[in-house]
Design a protein around this ligand. Structure first.
Ligand SMILES: [Zn+2]
Length: 297
């Protein structure tokens, strides 16, 4: 039995953070410590099966990023040797294959890319493999912090939802068919990039979650958390032929340019891979993004 109440923003009539003041969802439920959902209440909805699946997926997502963060810290902070899985994961999801300097031939991104490069004081400031791994670690740590502080998930409610980003719209103008998750992007200014409310909340399809495996649901939550908390715009999905996007310097390439270091699926599948002990992803022409195997961890 979960604690259910009218959404405080609805009860108090508070304005929304984004454009428009219409709301689709009106009810919150706390599913377990640190897991809260929002939905439009009606008889028999959401089902107990939906609540159970969402709760388990949220717990799985925060466990995955916590374990992945530990794996990254072990290599980057404690300078432990990379495991075979670790090296393979970085190659698959970031094109961080040993020797690949990224960038372009004329202007390489990295000074060198050597697995387990021996320690030297001089190399501390190098833009090298360790620099990239540390960047991934910082992003993973941020996601782990946010998800382990609390997971808030709003129902997409495809077919019923008639409000999109605060504006009322006819049902047939909201095309979320098959969309399992999204976050409204609200980054407009440099100042907003330091604000926790810079982007909308994580929306997931309660209905679709029933059809997805536990790890695929967790991967979706982590992917959307990358949009929300890291303002990643990269949506080169694992099942695209050009996945992963190129290994380029995320500091100098324009915000909209594809870079594996700003690609949601790269970080999300890296987290799932490191935490579950095998390189995981959705393959081209496969529905593995919906049925990634694995039990609760
Ligand atoms: Zn996305």
């Amino acid at each position: 039995m979960s604690l259910t109440f009218t959404k405080p923003s609805v009860a108090l009539g508070l304005p929304r953070m984004g454009a428009g003041n219409e709301r689709h969802t009106d009810t919150n439920a706390v599913l377990s410590a640190g897991v809260m959902i929002a939905y439009k209440a009606r008889a028999g909805y959401p089902t107990p099966q939906m609540k159970d699946k969402i709760n388990r997926a949220a717990v799985q997502a925060r466990n995955i990023v916590r374990i992945a963060n530990d794996a990254l810290a072990r290599v980057v902070m404690l300078r432990g040797a990379e495991s075979v899985l670790f090296t393979a994961t970085m190659a698959r999801h970031y094109s961080l294959t040993a020797g690949n300097l990224g960038g372009t031939l004329a202007v390489p991104f990295l000074k060198d890319n050597i697995v387990d490069k021996p320690f030297s004081l001089k190399a501390l400031t190098d833009i090298d493999r360790r620099w990239v791994l540390n960047r991934i670690r910082e992003d993973m740590l941020s996601i782990s912090f946010h998800l382990n502080t609390g997971v808030y998930l709003i129902d997409i409610d495809d077919g019923v939802r008639d409000v999109d980003n605060g504006q009322r719209k006819p049902l047939n103008q909201i095309d979320n068919d098959g969309t399992v998750g999204y976050v409204q992007r609200r980054t407009h200014t440099a100042a907003s990039s330091i604000c926790g409310f810079r982007n909308g909340e994580i929306h997931i399809s309660f209905a679709e979650f029933l059809d997805y495996s536990l790890n695929s649901c967790a991967c979706t939550i982590i992917h959307e958390a990358c949009h929300k908390y890291l303002s990643f715009r990269g949506d080169v999905y694992g099942f695209y032929a050009n996945y992963p996007p190129p290994l380029t310097d995320p500091r100098s390439s324009p915000a909209g340019t594809a870079s594996s270091l700003r690609n949601c699926d790269s970080l999300a599948w890296t987290a799932v891979s490191l935490a579950t002990g095998a390189v995981r992803m959705d393959n081209n022409d496969s529905d593995d993004d919906e049925q990634c195997p694995g039990n609760a961890i």
